[in-house]
Design a protein around this ligand. Sequence first.
Ligand code: OGA
Ligand code: MN
Length: 300
Amino acid sequence: MTSQPISQDLIVSKRHPLIGAEIRGVDLSSLISDEMVDAIHDAWMEHLLLIFPGQDISDEAHIGFGRRFGDLEIHPSLAHRSSSNKEIYRVSNVDENDQLIPPKETSWQYLSQSWRWHTDSSFREVPSKGSIFHGIETTNSGGDTLFANMYAAYDALDDSIKEQIEHLKVIHDHDYTLSLSPELAKKQDKGSYDVLPPVEHPLVQIHPVTKRRCLLLSPHTMVNIVGMDKAAGRALLDTLIAHACNERFVYRHVWAQHDIIMWDNRCTMHSVEPFDNVNIRRVMHRVTLAGENKPIAAAA
Ligand code: OGA
Ligand code: MN
C-alpha cells in the first residue's frame, strides 16, 4: 500500500485501484482547519470514497464535520431520524429503545431496501452530494458495504452504448423503493415520509467538480426511461446496472467499529451485503450532504 502525506499531517492510502482511500492523521472529534477541509475535499474528489478508521465521535461532532462540506439533508423518513438530532439518519436494526426491530416491521423493511444498489436521495430533484457514515455497532458476518465507481463504469461502455444513452432521462420515484418490498407493497402502513413527487434525472451526468462524465444509476428509485417502451427501458437499465456493479469497479468495505466513511453520491453507487438482521445488531449513523445543483446532463 503506497501512502502519501498531502497536508501537514494527512496520510492518504488507496484501498482499491479505482475507488476508496484510507485517511489517517486527522481527529474528527475536534474542529478541523480550513486547510484540512480543503485537503480532505481534494482527496475525496480523487478517490470518491474516504475511510477514516478509529473515529469514536459523538453525533454532534459527526454533524459538525458534515457541515464543513455544506448543508445537511433531513431524511424524508420520520421513523429513521434520530430523536435527539434530526440530521442523523439511523441505519439500524435496533430501535432507539435498544430493541431489535422485527424483520417484517415497516421501518426495517424500508431500511433493508439499502441492500439493493442505489445512491442516496436520488428521489430528490437535487440529489445528495455525499454521505458520511459512522459505524457504531458493526458486523463481522455480512453487512459489508459495496461501492461502485460510476466514472469507470461509464468509461468502460462501448461507444455505441455511450451514444445511445447520452440523451436519455430516467424517472426516479421515492415510492418505487417502497413498491420493491413485497412486505411494504401489501401493507396499508408504508411509514410516514415527507411528500416527494417523481423527478427526472439524466442517465449520464457531468460531475459538477471534476467535470467528468459518469452514470447516474440508482436502481431502487429508477422507474423507467422517459419516452421509451417500458420493457425496453427496463432491459436497458438492467444491462447498465449489471455492467456498473461488475466487481472490477467495486470496493467492498468490511466495517470495523468507528470507521467513518464519506462517499460521493454523484459518482458512486452502493449496496449493503445482507446479514442476519434477526440475530446480529448493526447500528450506523448517517449524515447526508445536500446537493448544490440538479444533475448536469452530459447531453447539451
Ligand atoms: C443507506 C445505506 C449503507 C450501510 O443508509 O442508504 O446505504 O452500510 N447504508 O448501511
Ligand atoms: Mn445508501
